[in-house]
Design a protein around this ligand. Structure first.
Ligand SMILES: *Cc1c(COP(=O)(O)O)cnc(C)c1O
Length: 488
């Protein structure tokens, strides 16, 4: 099932348009365009009909798996279905045609939207101030860490280390190093949570912050968070929350109430932009007052003008700011979608999103734990982690199980992460999957577990029903060849 390129579908003389001939006198083209700039041969464009084009792109769109086609249970990355209306709203001509250099008084609607989105996010996370500038989760992390650095320097006590649990997302240590700190790893305890005694042991005057994901990447809520936050505070350090997994928490608990000084959001996971599409993201950062002076410029601000009307403006007068983190004001289209999403479902709806995400994950976990090893058997939040160690004993790797799922028209979960679980399968169904689609996933996973017992070859040679079978991952990344050359 290989889809030819439009160039290969081309047939001489075929057209995708039919326009009447121009009824204005033809001017000599060379009069308008100097001869040396004119082509000698027409461009080698594909000659195809409208039907050819439409069918070509429809066929292409279903070759790959995507969230509009089926369940996409990637752990940590929250691939949920997002309402299409938000895409439409973010493309309204009055948003789409704005220019960032327009004067503020012609941008009042856009600034109003950004300001209000910030207010909602502050409320959801229990934070005092916000920036919408960062373009992704990792970018939010970097911004937060640079601010933490600025905070300690301002207090004349620069600190050089950041503590990260061994279950952390890979972007955490990467951001820490990019921001100029070094990392200290803290081990998880047997329950998969931060070991508080171990934390006390590694805590010192050199530690600038503890960076924590809550719920953590095992899908478990850090139940000792108040104690953890006290250990951090007593040492004069700050507490950073990786809030990419906020899908489990909205309307139920707030990082700000747990003692976090700073949290980043992933609008492109939780708030109506699918993650991983390669398009723009947005990683706003909420902070407590202690970090507010260091926020990037400009900040979207509100004042009451002489006519007693609310007016929005960009505030650049922030002497302690770490500076700019993004050209202009961040990825506005993503903000429009997030704003529309929050306004549509409201506070009650956000809480329901999180409750259903948690119920769905626990439903899958309980139905699968007899077939796969469940290393941390506890009530989970929005995701949980299975281990394929039992299957590995039969010679079947987690990668094989992931590939076999594709044969059932399902996307595989995240595999081999978090690193502390061998043969990890990290599953996050999200709130947008119905009971029927969860049952379909369970059925496929159980069948695969049976195949491992009875006929492991079928799993090891998967996938068979996909447009391409197993690819050489290494070669695909290192020897990528996406250029097509016309045969002369
Ligand atoms: C996705 C994710 C990130 C990074 O977000 P990006 O937008 O991909 O940079 C960080 N931490 C966790 C826990 C995540 O799931």
């Amino acid at each position: 099932m290989i889809e030819k390129l439009l160039f290969e579908l081309s047939s001489p003389g075929r057209k995708g348009f039919s326009l009447p001939l121009a009824d204005v006198p033809a001017r000599d083209v060379e009069e308008l365009i100097p001869k040396k700039l004119l082509r000698e041969n027409p461009p080698a464009l594909p000659e195809v009909s409208e039907v050819d084009v439409a069918r070509h792109f429809i066929r292409l769109s279903i070759l790959n798996h995507h969230v509009d086609k089926g369940c996409y249970p990637l752990g940590s990355c929250t691939m949920k279905y997002n309402p299409k209306i938000n895409e439409t709203l973010s493309r309204l001509p009055r948003f789409l045609n704005l220019h960032p250099y327009q004067p503020e008084d012609t941008l009042q609607g856009a600034l109003n939207l950004m300001f209000e989105l910030g207010e909602y996010l502050k409320e959801i996370a229990g934070m005092d101030q916000i920036t919408l500038q960062p373009a992704a989760g990792a970018h939010g992390e970097l911004t937060g860490l640079l601010m933490i650095n600025a905070f300690h320097r301002r207090n004349k006590k620069p600190r050089s280390k950041v503590i990260i649990p061994d279950s952390a997302h890979g972007t955490n240590p990467a951001s820490v190093v990019t921001a100029g700190f070094s990392t200290i790893q803290v081990k998880s305890n047997q329950k998969g949570l931060v070991d508080v005694e171990e934390l006390k042991r590694v805590m010192s005057e050199e530690v600038a912050a503890l960076m924590l994901t809550n719920p953590n990447t095992l899908g478990l809520f850090e139940s000792q968070i108040l104690e953890i936050s006290k250990v951090v505070r007593d040492a004069g350090a700050l507490l950073y929350m990786d809030g990419a997994n906020l899908n489990a928490m909205m309307g139920i608990a707030r990082p700000g109430d747990m003692g976090f000084d700073v949290v980043h959001f992933n609008l492109h996971k939780t708030f109506s932009t699918p993650h991983g599409g390669g398009g723009p993201g947005s990683g706003p950062l909420g902070v407590k007052e202690n970090l507010a002076p260091f926020l990037p410029v400009p900040m979207v601000a509100k004042r009451i003008n002489r006519k007693s009307l609310a007016e929005y403006y960009l505030d650049y007068k922030r002497p302690l700011s770490i500076g700019r983190m993004h050209g202009f004001y961040g990825n506005f289209g993503v903000m429009v979608k997030a704003y529309a999403y929050i306004r549509q479902i409201g506070a009650k709806g956000l809480r329901e999103v999180s409750e259903n995400a948690i119920i769905n994950a626990n439903y899958l976990k309980e139905n699968l734990k007899d077939y796969y090893n469940l290393p941390y058997d506890d009530v989970c939040q929005h995701e949980f982690v299975l281990s394929g160690v039992k299957q590995r004993e039969k010679g079947v790797k987690t990668l094989d199980i992931a590939k076999r799922l594709l044969d059932f028209g399902l996307h595989a979960p995240t595999v081999y992460f978090p690193l502390i679980v061998p043969e990890a399968l990290m599953i996050e169904p999200t709130e947008t999957e119905s009971k029927e689609s969860l049952d379909e996933f369970i059925k496929a996973m159980i069948q695969i577990a049976k195949e491992v017992e009875e006929n492991p070859e079928v799993v090891k040679s998967a996938p068979q029903n996909t447009p391409v079978t197993r690819l050489d991952d290494g070669k695909a990344a290192r020897e990528l060849n996406v250029r097509w050359k016309r045969q002369e």
